[in-house]
Design a protein around this ligand. Structure first.
Ligand code: PEP
Length: 249
């Protein structure tokens, strides 16, 4: 049984005042939901998320993690620091970090390992560009992105979350159809099964890419879609909660 996870990726948005209202609304709206809710906030607001969400059913997390433990790595945030602020989740390998910060799949695998070493659940993002989809290489692209993670962590795969986020659907308003998304999720689960058959049954594979209240139900009903990684719609409590309410699993 895989419990649906609806995780918000706030990206670099928010301030103390708007966050307070959003966190409060998410906290109170989460009561009684079948789906698990989480918010991945900018690092400076982890303390605020901790204070606002502690004791609630909503988990919180970060958007990146350093592969290093400590030392001369200006601007980086270590796993133990995320843990200090009560993080449960950390996003790794988001396409914005892969493209704007040249993060390789090997580095993403190391970040995944570092997250697990600190008791954090990594949300490992993979996904193809439009050109890659049009070239028919979606399956091989996601496999190449996941392979270093499978190789780095052969015994710990059941502790990760995977997010399939087609790059062409992120922040664009273009969503993969439920059938398109399901097809890739099933491929990913098969690839995971080849690495660890037990993990394939328990690892949650989230869909991300312009998921909104009006398309969430159709996506979340698909058998291999175990939740959503939500960008823009996570910044409005009503939309974020409506996505969670659309889950019927
Ligand atoms: C994301 O950034 O992970 C994302 C899915 O964004 P959006 O929902 O805005 O497409």
């Amino acid at each position: 049984m895989r419990r649906t996870l609806i995780a918000g990726n706030w990206k670099m948005n928010g301030d103390l005042v708007t966050n307070a209202a959003l966190l409060q609304a998410v906290r109170s709206g989460a009561q009684g939901l079948a789906a698990e809710l989480a918010v991945c906030v900018p690092a400076p607001y982890l303390a605020q998320a901790k204070t606002a969400l502690e004791g609630s059913s909503v988990a919180w997390g970060a958007q990146d993690i350093s592969v290093h433990e400590a030392g001369a790595y200006t601007g980086e945030v270590a796993g133990h620091m995320l843990k200090d602020f009560g993080c449960h989740y950390v996003i790794v390998g988001h396409s914005e970090r892969r493209s704007m910060h040249a993060e390789s799949s090997a580095l993403v695998a190391k970040k995944t390992k570092q997250a697990l070493a600190h008791g954090l659940t990594p949300i490992v993002c993979v996904g193809e560009t439009l050109a890659e989809r049009e070239a028919g290489s979606t399956a091989s692209v996601v496999e190449a992105q996941l392979q270093p993670v499978f190789a780095e962590l052969p015994d710990q795969l059941k502790h990760i979350v995977i997010a399939y986020e087609p790059v062409w659907a992120i922040g664009t308003g273009k969503t993969a159809t439920p059938d398109m998304a399901q097809e890739v999720h099933a491929v990913i689960r098969k690839q995971l099964a080849a690495a660890d058959s037990a993990a394939a049954g328990v690892v949650r594979i989230l869909y991300g890419g312009s998921m909104k209240p009006d398309n969430a139900a159709d996506l979340l009903t698909m058998p291999d879609i175990d939740g959503g990684l939500i960008g823009g719609a996570a910044l409005k409590a009503a939309d974020f909660l409506a996505i969670a309410h659309a889950n019927q699993k």
